[in-house]
Design a protein around this ligand. Sequence first.
Ligand code: ADP
Length: 316
Amino acid sequence: MAIETKGLTKSFGGPNVVNDVSLQVPIGSIYGFLGPNGSGKTTTIRMILGLVTPDRGEVAILGAKEPRLRQLQLSRLGAVVEGPGFYPYLSGFDNLKRFAQVAYPAQRKLNPATEKLSVKQINAGLERVGLLEAKDKNFRAYSLGMKQRLAVAAALLWPRELLVLDEPTNGLDPQGIVEVRELLTSLRQQGMTIFISSHLLSEVEITCSHVAVMSDGALLFQGSTRAFRGTLGDLFVLETENSGLAKSILLQLGFVDPVSIEIRQGGLSAKLVTDKIEEVVAALVHGGVGIRAVSRSSPSLEQAFVALTGRSGHAR
Ligand code: ADP
């Protein structure tokens, strides 16, 4: 496993904000760590990175536990948690150079070979995140997506096997989101394991091979993205111009899970709680709903998430 935690638990004096969380992040995965605001994602990540001490539980990274963990983190793990403090009036290149000088004194001590990070290495880092052409531009002139990519470049100044990113697409415009998505996919192709927290379910759906879902400090699900969608089973899809009427009939007769109903263009979809589809269709027709088509489809990650947590996936 790239990251393995056992029973991580933390309170800040009150109730546990992270409760008995055991994660298994497979090597080579892009692992999406999901959950509404305040569900304990950042606290968990901070415990994984050794920035917060757990009340209980253990962390192993790439097979290493305390006391070898800190040393390993510096050499094989890159992380962007709060966004490094870049200087607005320095170029991307100069920011990375400064970052290399100040942010990793311990890294240089551990590995004298990195004493001087060469211009070539910094350029290679910029190229990896697609910023080579913009390397002489001032940081403040960068778009949000470029800033985020520079942070990733900083975390990858030395070769890493594992990258941990807290909300890498937070605040990005659609173009920036696409840029970060492509970057993560290409890093994975280079063999890196990537752990990202996100509240953008649609993003995670496209990018991540595995997901974990947190709610109120507890881990509700972890596994492959496909298995996560499977937790909800197939959806009942109805094409009709009378979605509102259909919805009220389905609810009234108790045929569907209320939180799963989604009104779509030209119809609705929902998780049925009965397998008697004939009865459902008959009740709809009887109630005056004009039916154009009935089918099954697999749910979106968003629908599976809402069914699991009872909350909107855009709670933030
Ligand atoms: P998420 O990243 O999922 O939004 P967090 O881990 O940031 O969740 O927060 C989980 C809960 O822990 C929240 O209720 C938050 O207010 C609380 N919390 C986080 N850090 C601290 C802290 N340093 N002191 C007190 N409470 C905290």
